[in-house]
Design a protein. Sequence first.
Length: 273
Amino acid sequence: MLEMIEKIKATTEFIQKSVNFKPEIGIILGTGLGGLVNEIDIKHVMPYETIPNFPVSTVEGHSGKLIFGILGGKNIIAMQGRFHYYEGYTMKELTFPVRVMKYLGIEKLFLSNASGGVNPDFEIGDIMIINDQINLLPDNPLMGKNYPELGPRFPDMSEPYDKGIIKTAIETAKRLGIKCQTGIYAAVSGPCFETPAEYVRMRNSGCDAVGMSTVPEVIVARHMSIPCFAISIITDLGVPGKIVEVSHADVIKVANEAEKKMTVLLRELISSL
Ligand code: HPA
């Protein structure tokens, strides 16, 4: 069986042979947020199932393609559809594409997701710029053998999200008249949404929003020293007195509605970097 590092190199080589494109920025698009793709001047598309060693996405609302093109004047690679722990992937499998994007040459990673807001000041449809994270998943993608070529055994996590990009994003949002919250995102395994008691516990543990993604990818990106920037769409509220029944369809509906402003913000942010 191939070691992870050999798989990363083999997959990178396969992609480079197929597309001959050097991306500067990697983008991972979350639930109901694939519409940014319409803004990309697309040069190549690779469905995940055609890429050796790539996991294949299973969840509704995630179509599963690697897209190469130009956005805001920059060469980007976008993952339309990501992998989640609740689908049964290991943390190493679901973060494998981030490793490959680094080897393809990305210098920054942008991520989006949908989450439940636990900050009582938040409203459904708000955009939250993530400024820190809490890993409440029962695992870590860096467990097991460390490859010094990828990063250190004990990576620093003092700046999971790049302060400079956050500052530019807040200024860009202001200029565009887009209301933005900032806050801490906690990742849980799902797939069930939280009980009212669990939402209260999340709030008490210091987070503003809770979701089922992003944290593993950011850990792996920071292991490789890639600056990260992430936006969460608040699709439902885990705030006492405001908790109602929530479904995946509701999450996708709100995400789709908020997608337009997130797309404009990301495009303008990328072009200003
Ligand atoms: N909890 C966890 N994940 C989520 C939620 C939530 O309330 N909303 C969207 N993703």
